[in-house]
Structures are given as C-alpha cells and as structure tokens.
Design a binder for this molecule. Structure first.
Ligand code: JFZ
Length: 482
C-alpha cells in the first residue's frame, strides 16, 4: 500500500524506542514527494483511534508471563548454571532440540491454579496479561494440532492456555498472546534463505505458522493482542509480504485486535518502521532499558508504544538463581511504570513462574507491592498520558484531561516541588488523592511551588493538580496526543 505524508511533517526526524538489540536510532521521515512506493509498508499514519486501541492504551499496566519448558532446568544444564536468560538455555548450553524437548516428559505443574494466577494479577492492578503461547523453544501451552510439541503430550495434558484465558477474562483482565515466529523445534525453520530448498522449506514453515495463528485466533477469540517476537532473522526480513499478510489475517479474524511493530518487515526488509519512516503495526514494542529520555525524546508521543521489563537484569523465564544479577526493588519497578505512562506508553512487568506452577516469593511480593500502591494511586496511571510539561527532578507528570498528576519519587529537603507550566496554563488547585488540599504558591511567571504533604507517606505519592488552560495551550496538548 502506498503511504503518503502530510507535507507539514516533512524533514522531521523521529527517535524510536525500538529495534532489536540497538540503542535508539533515528527514523527519518521523507518529504512526501520523495517517499517510495511500498506494498508492505505502514498501513496507516498516526495512532489508531478506535475503541479497542483506546482500551489497549488506557490499560497502561500489564504483566508478562514467560512460561515454558525452560522453567524446568531454570538456567542449569548438566550441573552448570548459565547466567544468560533462562529461556535461552537451550542455546547457551547447545542442547540439541530432540534432547531439549524431552523435558516435556517432566512438564507437570501440579501447583498451577489459573484462578489463583488471575487473582494475583487482579490484586496487582494489571489490566492485561501477555502470555507466551510459544517461545523460541517451540513448546506450545495450548494443544496445537500442527505440532506434537504441546502441553497435550505432557503428563499435565490439559490446555493450560485455555485455563489462563478463561481465568483472566473472568477477572476482567485482557489477555494478549506472545508468539515467537522463530521456532527451534521445527525442521523447516530457516535463519536465512540461500537455496531453493531453503525457500521451499521456509514456505512450509510459514504455512505452519499461519495455521497455528489461525488456530489461536479461533480457539481463543477473546484474545486482544498478538505480540510477535523472534522475527529478526534474514529469512523473515526477506519475506516482508508475509508479516503484512499475518497482520491483515489476524485483523480480519479478530476485529479490533492489536499487533506490535516487531512483527513487521517491509518490501526491503526494514523492520518496525518502514523505508519511509512510518511505524508498522499498531504500537512500537520496546524494552525498558530503552525507555525514552523524558527530556529529549518527546517525539515518541506521536505513536503508541509499550515497553516490557524484567525484574532481574535480563531473565524472562524462571531462573533458579537471581543472585547472579541485580534485582530491581519494587519501588524501582514502580518508577519505570510511572516513567512509561508519563511518556505516553504502557509498561509490562515480567513474571517467570516456576515449573510447578507457583511463583517465586520475590514475584509474589512485587505483585503485592505494586497492587497496594495502585489501589491508592492508580488514578495517575490508568487512562493517563503524557502531560507535555517540563520534567522536574522530583518525579513524573501524568495527565488525564484537566487533571495533571505529580508522581513524586524524590522528595526534596526544601519540601517544595517546583512546577513549571506552559504559557497560558494556570494551576487552580493541588490536592492529594484522598482529597486533602496542599498549598500552591506562584513563584514566578509560569512557575509554582507545590508544598509536599506534612504527613510523610513513606512511599512515592501523588499530588493532583487541577489546571486551567488558555485555548492555544489546550490545542497544543491535544496535538501532541494525535
Ligand atoms: C525477546 C526474547 O528473545 C526474550 O527471550 C524475551 O521473550 C523477550 C521479551 O523478547 O528478547 C528481546 C527482544 C527484543 C529486545 C530485547 C530482548 N529489544 O528490542 O531490545
């Protein structure tokens, strides 16, 4: 589909938070007349504005579940503990696929209770859960009829994914599917296409993948999102048509479904952003280590994005030894959630359940901590967006209409929180979320001191500002959101 571009946006360069294993890189938008014609480029310019996308955005806080055979060895193979990501152990320890898949004989999560999992998510305050239906290893949490490597052929037998979808949905939590295209268990997978034989095999693989995706969409029609991964290989970059086809196929089957940008490659193998600089898919799917810089990278508010994060440095699946890397404190996790929302994005916090179906103590405590904070302060997270105000050292702003939330992580000794407002904006009132007012003093033009509450809350806290804007300022804010 040929994409066109408003001339006013020409020559603007954007900074993305995405791209595999790269630091932030530039996405130059070409002037409209210099755009090249693409068959498999962006389907749309700007954010999706329909109700399903709005719901995706308003959810803001999600949980990731990485669960597969890798939870059994938990990072250890033949007596050696590998410090790399546990879900990549097969690769670190160079275990052949047939040997790795033997782990299926041990897959029997006797402590698994979908209702308990859903309750834990509900109590944490997450509005959606992203579940690994199939990770790189190829083992499926649902009884796929297109491969023998599924939960149906383990001692557990039952449809784990089905149980989870039902339990989360019963708690009012949206379910998103993580799906790795790269599949180490499949003989037809190719990293690159070099020969006619490769091409034939890989086409068979793409048909197999289509079948699995259609199966997921048909069996679990309440799924709200597909989050693709394992799409970085040359074989997929050379088949950009297929990535566009998959997005269309799922959207035809499941009206409103959202798809991450990591699926897509264009006619020239350009990923995430097409050769004209336009985002493909519905939202950019990045990584917490590349959260946008709150001061410099405000351009990210021009598209939807979602970041995900691990609690240790880089462990998604269950790893038995969390002492080998730094583990973020619950407050640090919370700060990243707030940071993401303050920049107009979503944040997904990862969990790597044990092979027995229970969660490690640290994850249970984290979920509780986040949940009790969200219960008190969630108003500054759900359905909130980038506020468009200059970042201050005490923390982050989020915004919902005429309410601007100050989320205070660094309480200053002066007890004064500086607030600098855009021209034409006035702070009318400041109050805690329990309604108790706090003092605001105008200290200069477009500048205020907001007093911190007398009572020490002993945790990051929120002050809600009621504001009044001149027409021009309000328009500028709305422009930033489209
Ligand atoms: C991928 C997987 O390889 C990993 O096991 C995990 O499932 C994670 C959520 O996704 O790893 C990535 C993919 C992309 C980036 C980082 C890790 N990235 O864009 O920086």
């Amino acid at each position: 589909m040929k994409t066109t571009l408003l001339k006013t946006f020409a020559f603007v360069s954007l900074v993305s938070i995405g791209g595999m294993a790269q630091a932030q890189h530039l996405h130059k938008l070409l002037p409209a007349e210099q755009e090249i014609s693409l068959d498999y480029g962006a389907d749309r310019l700007g954010k999706r504005q329909d109700a399903a996308m709005q719901k995706f955005r308003d959810n803001r806080l999600g949980a990731f579940i990485h669960w597969g055979l890798y939870a059994i060895p938990g990072g250890e193979w033949n007596g050696k503990v590998y410090p790399g990501a546990a879900e990549w152990l097969k690769s670190w320890a160079k275990v052949p696929s047939n040997e790795w898949l033997e782990l299926m004989k041990e897959w029997n999560p006797t402590k698994f209770d979908a209702k308990k999992w859903a309750k834990m998510a509900k109590e944490m305050g997450v509005r959606y859960v992203k579940i690994t239906t199939k990770h790189h290893e190829g083992f499926c949490l649902w009884p796929s009829k297109y491969t023998e490597y599924t939960v149906a052929n383990t001692p557990y037998k039952k449809d784990l994914l089905g149980e989870m979808v039902k339990a989360y949905n019963d708690e009012g939590i949206d379910v998103h599917f993580y799906f790795s295209v790269m599949d180490w268990s499949h003989p037809d997978y190719r990293y690159d296409i070099k020969t006619e034989e490769d091409s034939i095999a890989f086409n068979r693989f793409l048909t197999f993948t289509d079948n699995q995706l259609k199966e997921l969409a048909t069996k679990y029609p309440t799924v709200k999102d597909f989050w693709f991964d394992g799409t970085w290989d040359a074989s997929i970059k050379k088949n950009g048509w297929w990535t566009a086809h998959v997005e269309r196929m799922l959207k035809d089957m499941l009206p409103g479904v959202t798809i991450n940008s990591r699926l897509r490659a264009d006619d020239y193998g350009k990923r995430h952003f097409d050769s004209n600089g336009h985002l493909m898919g519905d939202y950019e799917s990045g990584y917490e280590r590349r959260l946008p810089d709150p001061v410099k990278d405000l351009k990210v508010t021009r598209w939807d994005w979602e970041a995900c994060m691990t609690v240790p440095e880089n462990q998604w699946g269950y790893h038995k030894d969390w002492s080998i890397s730094y583990v973020k404190t619950p407050t640090e996790v919370l700060e990243r959630v707030v940071h993401a929302v303050s920049m107009g994005g979503n944040m997904v916090v990862n969990f790597g359940p044990q092979a027995d179906g229970d969660f490690r103590m640290e994850e249970k405590e984290l979920a509780k901590f986040v949940g009790s904070w969200m219960k008190k302060y969630g108003e500054c997270i759900y359905a909130c967006d980038y506020a468009g105000w200059d970042k201050q050292p005490w923390g982050y702003y989020t915004r919902k209409g005429e309410a601007v939330y100050m989320v205070v992580f660094n309480r200053p000794y002066s007890e004064h929180l500086t607030v600098k407002v855009p021209k034409g904006t006035q702070v009318v009132k400041a109050a805690l979320l329990n309604g108790k007012e706090v003092e605001v003093v105008e200290t200069a033009r477009n500048e205020y001191n907001v007093n911190t509450p007398v009572q020490e809350p002993g945790e990051p806290f929120v002050i809600k500002l009621q504001i009044k804007e001149a027409a021009g300022a309000a328009d500028k804010y709305r422009d930033a959101l489209t």
